[in-house]
Design a protein around this ligand. Sequence first.
Ligand SMILES: Nc1nc2c(ncn2[C@@H]2O[C@H](COP(=O)(O)OP(=O)(O)OP(=O)(O)O)[C@@H](O)[C@H]2O)c(=O)[nH]1
Length: 431
Amino acid sequence: MFDRFESGEQAILVHVDFPAEIDREDLSELKLLVTSAGVETLAVVTAARSTPSSRYFVGSGKAEEIADAVKLHGANIVIFNHSLSPTQERNLEKLCQCRVLDRTGLILDIFAQRARTHEGKLQVELAQLRHISTRLVRGWTHLERQKGGIGLRGPGETQLETDRRLIRGRIKNILGRLDKVQKQRQQGRRARQRAEVPTVSLVGYTNAGKSTLFNRVTESEVYAADQLFATLDPTLRKLELPDVGAVILADTVGFIRHLPHELVAAFKATLQETQDADLLLHVIDISDDRQKENVEQVEAVLEEIGADEVPQLLICNKIDKLDDGVARIDYDDQQRPIRVWLSAQSGAGLELLRQALVERLRPDMVDVSLRIPPSMGKLRGKLYALNSVTDEAVNEDGALSLHVRMSSVDWRRLCKQVADEYGDSLQGFVE
Ligand SMILES: Nc1nc2c(ncn2[C@@H]2O[C@H](COP(=O)(O)OP(=O)(O)OP(=O)(O)O)[C@@H](O)[C@H]2O)c(=O)[nH]1
């Protein structure tokens, strides 16, 4: 039911320079978004103002200039790099005789193209309906007053009123479906937590290369349609890593600078995995001049959705575009991988990424040799129950030599049990 960009749509872009405290959008970002939406830019009209005007957002003279540009270039859409009120949008459409879209409408269209999960799609449609309904409600109120209002409803109701009722019905329907999907997802997530499968979510600024990396990393994986995955969507895939086992890799929608506030909710569904992830792969386009700002923007949104506490591994992508780009892992003081330099496109550094993932996700293991006196036979049973014994030998004096390997959590728990039951420290038996 929404206007979607047809391929070959051609636009006039409008950008107004305001003092920083009023509006901070910039033109290069708009161009990126327009390209992302698959629209060709024919011309850019810029203006400088101290505040927006209520009629056309820009002044009347500038509005005429935009209308002239539409005619001259044969554009079929005008895209503003700002938020327009419904009235401004209508006035401009009348003047330019073509569709006028504001920044929120543009981003919504990109989301509609990109939302891949069922829940994400529903959230985007909800945001679109709400965006549209604010525009319809005002027009309808105005018309209804002109026609005398209440008494005229029923068979003589206006088209706008019918539209509004349809939209309200659709919103209600979507909210109901969202509720159902969210419950299902929570159950799915609980199943995942029970299975203790770590989740790794890819996040990053739009165009950083997340989808390319996602496909590259998982292309060699055999797709296992087991029960858990049968219900999941194509933005989730399973990876098998040595010493770690199965890991779920989740792709997410790209972050956008200065995300209009009313769209934040539409992100939350697609970003849900991000909040619950065990590790975030924060993908950065290392060849982008604005990488620092992009990283800050991603961090700001992560904080907004409560995912800023999730550990991160930075992926410095597109090293093929650097003169001195070499695939490598950077480690912190504790020898923990913190950055992987790679090229998702050429595949350089992908093995390093797998290695870094193993190092970051591998449980902290304890590897020890124990010498246990015959009087502590029950301890042997416990060690076997933990599936931790890798080698066993009986000594001449009847003592057992066992080599064990277990997670540090299990080791600490066992030490406590042994201290409680035998009054001895397990450390005393370590050879
Ligand atoms: N040169 C180069 N280009 C890359 C690399 N990785 C991705 N790209 C290109 O960068 C562009 C964006 O890649 P995507 O994988 O779509 O980026 P994304 O982060 O998923 O983007 P959104 O879907 O907008 O969030 C594409 O044209 C890719 O071909 C790389 O390592 N080197």
